[in-house]
Design a binder for this molecule. Sequence first.
Ligand SMILES: Nc1ncnc2c1ncn2[C@@H]1O[C@H](COP(=O)(O)OP(=O)(O)OP(=O)(O)O)[C@@H](O)[C@H]1O
Ligand SMILES: [Mg+2]
Length: 378
Amino acid sequence: MAASKEQVLAALAKVPTPGGAALPEARVLSDIVVSDGKVFFSITVDAAAVKAWEPVRKAAEDAVRAVPGVQSALVALTAERAAGSVNAGPPQPQAGAPRRAAHPADQGQPGVPGVEAVIAVASGKGGVGKSTTAVNLALGLRDLGLKVGVLDADIYGPSMPKLLAITEKPQTIGGTRLKPIDRYGLTVMSIGFLIDEETPMIWRGPMVMSAITQMLREVEWGKLDVMVVDMPPGTGDAQLTMAQQVPLKGAVIVSTPQDLALIDARRGVSMFKRVNVPVLGVVENMSYFLCPHCGERSDIFGYGGAHKEADRLGVPFLGEVPLHMTIREKSDAGLPVVATEPDGPHAKIYRDIAAKVWEQIKPGAAGGRAAPKIVIEA
Ligand SMILES: Nc1ncnc2c1ncn2[C@@H]1O[C@H](COP(=O)(O)OP(=O)(O)OP(=O)(O)O)[C@@H](O)[C@H]1O
Ligand SMILES: [Mg+2]
């Protein structure tokens, strides 16, 4: 029989903490996700206390693994920022603010101040053009007259420094808050602006949530109609936790037409459904090949797979972006096609996609198609 959240909490009640309280009472737990025998959650503590809490994290993981029906458990320890330093961790909770973030569906997740809607661009697997889509979608939204931000949440492989040719470091404001970078009228923040590529992965793993929280809440985003979040690829625990902790209004799934990628796209859709985030639709990227010389179209991966799959999954199909040399060259040179060839055919495709997305998230819209609520198994 599958384990329940109550069983997990009961097991955690036997785990002592440095302050003496039982773990569920210590006000350090995130929402606990129990799904298909997998359990995950995070423990958030003051940066100075991380060492003392590491044995607790381990004990919590062991206790949860011992619950009948649990196949795997992942407990992340995340550190809160020590006062006065900008780069050491996530913000201290404001007086009276909830210490733990829950999903918007639980009404516990605070939004990002000044930001009307946060949407994720995600994919089941890497390299399908998610970051390229995120940037050009953001620019398409900008062309609708909206104020748009881009948050690069791909902590393992941040893309925005390259896609937008940003080399400068963000300035701090008042020593504690970061000023995002402006490019092509977009307000941009990336973990890639803060850490150099040599920073070891081991730092990145447990710090993922801290860094994301920090980028959401310690950056002066200003007033935005939409924030586009470029998610890390995949549908593992890290992505699921992130999808849960960012206050998302909806998600756009990017897929290529190959069968394999579609299976991954399906996983992407179900991940967001699981955390009750509406799926705004699927974009088929590298949909067909447009010859840069003769303009002839070839459906080298077969045609229409993603559209069919979107219909099957009951989510909107947002559009097809061709595999085209210009898109790749422009992307990789930091000159996204919607900004630099606004009158070209590719820009139009991205603007159409942006319009379909905006229709679903604009104030007063019903939002994306509601996903069935299957958040946590009982
Ligand atoms: N429609 C397209 N036509 C041609 N090249 C494309 C297209 N979309 C993306 N690319 C290229 O494919 C490569 C991967 O794209 P991108 O970095 O956007 O993918 P991703 O899904 O974000 O990858 P990762 O999983 O590594 O984050 C890049 O070199 C990009 O320029
Ligand atoms: Mg990417």
